[in-house]
Design a protein around this ligand. Sequence first.
Ligand code: FES
Ligand SMILES: [Fe+2]
Length: 443
Amino acid sequence: MLTAQENETLTRVEGDAPMGRLMRRHWIPAALSEQLAEPDGKPIRLTLLGEKLVAFRDSEGRLGVLGEFCPHRKASLAFGRNEDCGLRCLYHGWKFDVEGNVIDMPSEPRESGFAERVKHKAYPVREAGGFVWTYMGDPALMPDFEPPPWAPTPDTRIAIMRVDLPCNWAQIMEGQIDSAHSSSLHSSDMKPARGEAQALETHWVRPSTDKNPRIQVQVTNYGMRYAAIRRPITQAATHDYVRITTYVAPFIALIPPNASYNVASVIVPKDDTSSYFHFIAWNDKGGGIETEAWRRFCVMQVGVDLDEDFRPIKRFAHNDYLQDRAAMKDGNFTGIPGIPNQDIAMWESMGAISDRTSERLGASDIAVIQFRRILLDAVARHEAGAEPIGLSAPHLPLVQLASYQGVVPKTEDWRKLGASADEVAVLDGLEEDATEREMSQAV
Ligand code: FES
Ligand SMILES: [Fe+2]
């Protein structure tokens, strides 16, 4: 449970909101590369942290992220002509390069020098791991860009699903660090079976029937790792089934993998009440899954479930996501196809911004509680002038961070599983491990 003020701090990102200010210190995974694949292709509208933007790829392949509204008289540049190394406003023809310079101003006398005196808002851009990233913070404080965990090598096979959702980012992120829900909400898509956890064509399997995981949290300097510990189907007397999720503040959660691919979620706030949700499958060791197959598995295909801007066209709150009650009577747990659609029904049903002041949290919510504490603490420290979470030393390269799942002897310390030797050394050196404190305070 949070106070109303804490809930505001956690969720609000627009304007001068402290959480938005913190997020502006990070590179933001703003759009998919495929949305901007073609030089001189269609510009796209983006909303990030409450700001309306337009992104385009110029004739030479350079990417630009500019303010959506022309500095002249505020017409939308999303209608603009993208040609000859710039985006031209349709209204009076002002033309901008990827850095926001005005490179043509046909409506003014050339000798006026007016074009040189106007500079349009433009944010730095990078491209990696299937995403276009932008940095919206103070240029003097821009961190080095580094590839994300799902792009450890340039030829890693990456499949990404994106969807534009009308609810606040934090309740979506809380869904990523809530292992207990998968045993209910996703029970028809994540079935228990002996053997290793793997992705089949129609569902995932995992070696446990236990719906009541024990949750343990390890606070890190980039966010946290937490383990959901379940009774395995075999060797239950001596072994645990351990699923570790790694939260990399503020936008990324690395979900436990399976034998076929690794899984990550990326949540980017558009504004206070809407978000881009991404679900990623990747494999750098061979195997993996193709983008179309991944989107079909997620029931999130462009042209079928989503329009070309990744907005739902079929399942919405107002039609109950086409929930099929007959299928439920036949044994399907939710009557809603696709893991993300099941989550979306829950996230959106909580309201545009979930009211955390009157919840009844239990022992299975310990990771969610810790997530909130970590972020509220990170915001307070950033407001007080400290380095932002995830950017302070010692900094671990993002590609070293990983999740984990496996059946392991009970004697094993889960904190060492799925963590590189560098990470173990860094985390051992951090003085505070809040796990025990949280365990006692949570319920
Ligand atoms: S409003 Fe864009 S050129 Fe006039
Ligand atoms: Fe889920």
